[in-house]
Design a binder for this molecule. Structure first.
Ligand code: GLC
Length: 596
């Protein structure tokens, strides 16, 4: 699409034309908490649910609409909690169900909704079902809950197929009696058999369990992988690659997975208000709306910005395509710059271009290259990375749809490169024998205070992943006192976002520069991002927030500014409890944000 085209994304039938009355999730700012690394209340070095509760005021002050909690269930932590041993309980190291209820109350009473993670493709090998399957032996009903097969070759000593797991290494593991089980991820994560009605019924029970406790929604882990066609003969890995992913692939994105989600939808809709869901589905773009439809999960992650460079043309293409896809599904779009699986965006954007070129799953891959080199080749430009990250976040927070933020990005945190191999935890590191550095660098416990003595305020018992010395400079208490900090910027932007939020559409405005994007929301809220080298002169003087101070009426390189009709929306936001006093505070915020 050329820069001179002006494109308006029309509002679809199902989309909210007014923000009031629209379902909360359509344009929410959702903050992802990785519970083991957020705050540690009991001093065992592992974050916990009382830790989250203890930081409820922080979350309220941040201005987010919802929290998404990565798994907090009992787990041996073979994959950071995505190996669940009991879907309806809390890991004792993280608290109790009573602690969960207390956390839910603390967040709800502050107007913050709560989304929990459901991991249905696989359980932990410590799950009682898998233990039963091992004990019951071949041909048993217990084995039918998982995917067990006899091997090939002499005495079945070879795996049923040559498939590789996502984390590297074979996807089949042999058990004592000689059978093999399928694990698409780590050995400790046996795939469940979604052809088995008992498996389906049990997940419905889990969804009801958490819905009855009051959770507002669910994030569905690898939502495109549940159902499988394992008819014999199994195709080889090479053959699998050649099979089109059009709904009938044996392992991925099968049409029949939507039978599962239709059943879940009925469960979600039996609650008032209906529970929500968002799919993590790595599928062809054209098939994303299948997951995002109201009759399926209702919303799906769009990871395109994770894979894009900090580049005007790439950002514009991603935004345009995803708004169209969201409109086609009747859902709203989602925007993600960082999460627990990828190198933090402040670091991605600080790498020289070749290291950031997209292909496949590049954030991980290119991040790994840099991390393996210890940050010396290519050299990470921390300052540029942070500046671009602030600009990208401010751009994204103004887009129609929901923004998913990952804990620590509001502090401008970089990826932690300096984790000794012996202290790494991610199975991708071990299963790839170090070729993939893994995801530990974005999962290091948050710094709350500048002193390393209390694990930077994380807790009195140290930190389960080592925190670097430079974390102190980005501690919450340090950034809180600095009006120019990234934390102050997030707070300003999130608060303004409530005041400015408008119908789900945008109009691109011609800028005359290929490296500058500008868009306008229906109420006149306007956003300009300069992805390039030279300052961009601005023709409006009513800026409400900027990622760096404006200089003589121009927007510097790697920066974003918002212009907003603040008066228009003041007092009309979705969270009236937070609205009082907004006008005077906004005045202050605008002054602080733009003072140069
Ligand atoms: C998802 C999660 C990731 C996990 C994997 C297996 O991609 O985001 O962290 O390792 O699923 O559950």
């Amino acid at each position: 699409m050329s820069q001179d085209e002006t494109v308006t994304v029309a509002e679809g039938e199902a989309r909210a034309s007014v923000v009031e009355g629209a379902p909360w999730w359509r344009q929410a700012a959702v903050y992802q908490i990785y519970p083991r690394s957020f705050a540690d209340a009991n001093g065992d070095g592992l974050g916990d649910l009382p830790g989250v509760t203890s930081r409820a005021d922080y979350l309220e002050r941040l201005g987010i609409d919802a929290v998404w909690l990565s798994p907090f269930y009992p787990s041996e932590l073979a994959d950071g909690g995505y190996d669940v041993a009991d879907y309806r309980d809390v890991d004792p190291r993280l608290g109790t169900l009573a602690d969960f209820d207390a956390m839910l109350d603390a967040l709800h009473s502050r107007g913050i909704r709560v989304v929990v993670d459901i991991v249905p493709n696989h359980s932990s090998d410590r799950h009682v079902w898998f233990q039963e399957a091992l004990a019951a032996g071949r041909g048993s009903a217990a084995r039918e809950r998982y995917i067990f097969r006899d091997g090939t070759g002499t005495d079945g000593a070879e795996p049923p197929s040559d498939w590789q797991s996502v984390f590297g290494g074979p996807a089949w593991e042999r058990v004592a009696d000689g059978q093999w089980y399928l694990h698409s991820f780590a050995v400790e994560q046996p795939d469940l058999n979604w052809s088995n009605p008992e498996v389906r019924a049990d997940f419905v029970r889990t969804l009801r369990f958490w819905s009855d406790r009051g959770v507002d929604g669910f994030r569905i882990d690898v939502a495109h992988m549940l159902t499988k066609d394992l008819s014999e003969p199994l195709p080889s890995a090479a053959e699998l690659e050649l099979i089109p992913r059009d709904g009938d692939h044996p392992l991925l994105d099968r049409d029949d997975v939507h039978e599962v989600y239709a059943e879940w939808r009925a469960v979600f809709d039996s609650y008032d208000p209906p529970r929500t869901a968002v799919a993590e589905a790595w599928v062809d773009k054209a098939r994303v709306p299948l997951y995002a439809r109201p009759e399926s999960l209702g919303q799906a992650f769009n990871f395109d910005l994770l894979e894009a460079d900090f580049d005007a043309a790439q950002f514009r293409a991603v935004v345009q395509e995803n708004l169209e896809l969201a409109a086609a599904s009747g859902s709203s779009s989602t925007w993600v710059l960082s999460n627990h699986d990828v190198v933090r965006h402040a670091s991605r954007y600080g790498l020289p271009h070749p290291a950031r070129t997209a292909d496949g799953h590049p954030a991980q891959k290119h991040g790994s290259e840099w991390l393996l080199s210890g940050g010396t080749s290519p050299v990470l430009d921390r300052e540029a990375g942070e500046r671009r990250a602030r600009a990208a976040t401010l751009f994204v927070l103004a887009l129609p749809g929901s923004s998913y933020l990952y804990q620590g990005e509001e502090l401008g945190l970089h990826e932690v490169a300096e984790i000794p191999d012996a202290e790494r935890q991610d199975p991708t590191f071990f299963r790839s024998r170090g070729a993939e550095i893994g995801r530990d660098g974005c999962r290091v416990p948050l710094p709350w205070e500048p002193s390393a003595e209390t694990a930077f305020g994380f807790g009195s018992g140290g930190s389960h992943l080592p925190q670097p010395e430079w974390f102190g400079r980005s501690a919450v208490s340090v950034e809180e006192g600095d009006p120019d900090s990234t934390l102050s910027l997030y707070r300003r932007a999130l608060e303004l976002r409530h005041a400015l939020q408008t119908a789900e559409s945008l109009e691109w405005v011609e800028t005359g520069r290929a490296d500058v994007l500008r868009f306008r929301r229906p109420n006149g809220w306007e956003v300009v991002t300069n992805f390039g080298g030279s300052p961009f002169p601005l023709d409006r003087a009513d800026a409400v927030v900027a990622s760096v101070p404006l200089v003589e009426g121009a927007l510097p390189a790697d920066a974003t500014v918002w212009f907003g009709p603040v008066a228009l929306r003041v007092g009309a936001g979705r969270r009236p409890d937070r609205r009082s006093g907004l006008v005077p505070r906004l005045d202050g915020l605008v002054r602080d944000g733009l003072a140069s």
